[in-house]
Design a protein around this ligand. Sequence first.
Ligand SMILES: [Zn+2]
Length: 252
Amino acid sequence: MNEVYALCVGDKTVPRSQFMYRDPSPDTCTIAFYFWLILSPQGPVVVDCSFGAAEAERRRVANYRDRTALLAACGVRPEDVSTVVMTHLHYDHWSGHDLFPNATYFVQESEIAFWQGPGRATPMFAASADLDAIDAIGPLQQAGRIRIVSGDWALQDGVDVRLLGGHTPGLQAPIVQSEAGPIVLANDTFHFYENLEQLKPVQVTVSMLDTVMAMRAVMNLADGDTGRAIPGHDPLVMQRFPTIAPGVARIA
Ligand SMILES: [Zn+2]
């Protein structure tokens, strides 16, 4: 049976108003940065690449943890990873792709089209990307290391992927069968549990309506159980699930 882990690479103090649509509060809150690991009978599957130490410094991320050490706590070496499912291509999910020298990256067609078109060309969107990492997609495609997917698809037995969009046009979410039931790695469909509870997106959202519909879809996929819908950036994940090492929570 599949095991699912959340790996936390660091955190940052941010204005709450940026992460709760139209929230008038002057308060700050803490955002955590994750990537995820599925230990499956067919081998490890990594969900997102996260980012390296240089990008962490550039973005003023605190308490940065080395991703190789986080993976090692789960018995995985980066070079052993052949499959990475990319939820979307924001900097905190994609800029660290060079950690995995032998991986093929599964990315939605609409996500690549967005970032090679209006996403890259519009400063408001481009601010959330690492443009060098976006420009690396072409060469990686030529090297046969990008697998373009379109719509809903199945990675392998027990791991299906849904195209949800909203936060970015090609945002996709893996659904992993586990002993605890299906786990929805909803990633940035909602950053915090509170976004889901209030059906309020964060400000970094390409389509508000699509994001609200995506949040509703996630709850359906998780059978209404918020314990199986995993947010993209909520520090509470590290409290709600048991930790097996610093920065590593076992979700299922
Ligand atoms: Zn994002």
